[in-house]
Design a protein around this ligand. Structure first.
Ligand SMILES: *[C@@H]1O[C@H](CO)[C@@H](O)[C@H](O)[C@H]1NC(C)=O
Ligand SMILES: *[C@@H]1O[C@H](CO)[C@@H](O)[C@H](O)[C@H]1NC(C)=O
Ligand SMILES: *[C@@H]1O[C@H](CO)[C@@H](O)[C@H](O)[C@H]1NC(C)=O
Ligand SMILES: *[C@@H]1O[C@H](CO)[C@@H](O)[C@H](O)[C@H]1NC(C)=O
Ligand SMILES: *[C@@H]1O[C@H](CO)[C@@H](O)[C@H](O)[C@H]1NC(C)=O
Ligand SMILES: *[C@@H]1O[C@H](CO)[C@@H](O)[C@H](O)[C@H]1NC(C)=O
Length: 356
């Protein structure tokens, strides 16, 4: 029930095409060219007891087994990992997986620990019992760790995959480079988004649901996005109208290259809305940095009534700030008119349950 205008902007020249290019190409080109992160980019985090230069990669394949309703991550091996024991040039590595955000509390999965090696072979399947529609709204986080005898595990790098653009028919092995963690504090300044929204209560050409209207979301531009990558970022905006997190509900802008102040000028249209739905729904806009295979969440906002509830159910995502609620209210109170605002972007991954 959703469509984007103008349609030429909706062509996924950004993420999807680029991504499928990687998915269908001959991976042997990538396999033997694992970039090493230079010595100056060292991952230093409080939770890591030793900091190592991130290097090497994970070889894996993904498969959704419809019969079992299971998502399988087949971890083949890691190659050329960083040595935590630098004297003896070795680590005790294992691989861990998360689906993020994790409102359903599916939790982590881990492989076995392989001792004294920088090139561990696992051939293990990490399994999640999960519906496909849910999976399509998740990011897969695969990370490599050194298992220390004294419980002081060290981070060896991670891979993030946006499963919403993954080709699940592709079950080939991939070997992707590990990356340092992107580190943004919940309180960090994440820039701002200028947008306009309007509610058209009576759309005569809306044939699907008679007597219903449309919500238009015009993402104009963002200012001062956090430069989490050196020297710059490639931002795009993703939109869901919650509680619907299915693919139908998802719309994206194109990816803009090398800018922290992107001008998107992209309008998204959602139909099938009646006035009473506006109290229960919430428009979630998130800004992402497209970084080759991995996407990093920069920040977001949620437009809704901020009541903590949707259709009588307690939900964490109905958490709009006062400014966000104010813009949504202005839209509800002035049908057919654009209302505009410049809103700060914030941490939005904290949603803990019911992303059904
Ligand atoms: C991929 O490239 C390798 C090495 O160049 C080659 O041996 C192989 O046949 C190619 N595979 C396909 C499917 O093109
Ligand atoms: C550490 O071991 C790897 C192979 O496991 C080797 O390629 C690398 O050169 C060694 N590094 C040092 C500093 O000895
Ligand atoms: C990925 O998972 C690892 C291990 O739990 C975690 O340390 C890291 O912060 C996660 N990355 C993101 C982007 O959530
Ligand atoms: C990992 O380290 C913990 C101690 O922190 C130890 O109890 C556990 O046995 C180790 N795992 C393996 C598989 O060696
Ligand atoms: C995946 O394969 C199935 C059946 O083989 C097909 O119906 C579907 O369209 C394919 N999906 C993609 C994204 O290629
Ligand atoms: C935004 O797009 C509209 C057409 O959809 C166009 O008329 C307008 O000039 C654009 N504005 C900017 C700043 O690009």
């Amino acid at each position: 029930l959703s469509k984007s205008v103008p349609s030429f902007l909706q062509k996924e020249v950004g993420s999807f095409v680029f991504f499928s290019h990687w998915c269908t190409g001959n991976y042997s080109v990538l396999y033997f060219h694992l970039p090493q992160v230079s010595g100056s980019v060292v991952s230093v985090y409080n939770s890591d007891y030793s900091s190592v230069d991130i290097q090497g990669g994970i070889q894996f394949s993904l498969n959704y087994v419809h019969k079992l309703r299971e998502f399988h991550i087949f971890v083949v091996q890691c190659q050329n990992l960083a040595a935590v024991d630098t004297k003896r040039n070795r680590s005790d590595p294992y691989v861990k997986s998360y689906l993020i955000p994790d409102p359903a509390n599916l939790g982590k999965r881990k492989t076995a620990v392989k001792k004294k090696t920088l090139n561990p072979t696992y051939n293990e399947i990490l399994r999640y019992r999960v519906r496909m529609e849910y999976l399509m709204s998740q990011v897969l986080n695969l990370s490599a760790w050194h298992n220390d005898t004294f419980g002081r595990n060290s981070f060896l790098g991670e891979i993030e995959l946006d499963l919403s653009s993954w080709d699940f028919n592709d079950t080939e092995w991939k070997l992707l480079p590990l990356k340092p963690r992107v580190y943004l504090q919940p309180s960090d300044f994440r820039g701002q988004m200028r947008l306009a929204i309007r509610f058209l209560p009576h759309i005569s050409h809306s044939k699907n649901i008679p007597g219903s209207g449309e919500v238009h979301i015009w993402v104009k531009d963002c200012k001062n996005l956090p430069l989490i990558r050196n020297p710059t970022i490639d931002p795009y905006v993703k939109c869901f109208v919650l509680p619907d997190t299915s693919k139908k509900s998802r719309q994206k802008t194109r990816v803009l290259k090398r800018t922290a102040n992107p001008i998107f000028n992209h309008t998204m249209v959602y139909d099938g809305f009646r006035a009473e739905n506006l109290k229960e729904a919430c428009v979630e806009l998130t800004v992402w940095d497209r970084d080759r295979i991995a996407n990093h969440l920069l920040g977001g906002l949620r437009l809704g009534m901020g009541t903590g509830k949707s259709y009588g159910i307690q939900v964490d995502w109905m958490d709009s700030t006062a400014e966000e609620v104010a813009l949504w209210r202005r839209m509800v109170e002035s049908p057919n008119e654009w209302v505009e605002g410049m809103l700060p972007l914030r941490m939005v991954t904290a949603a803990k349950n019911t992303w059904k």
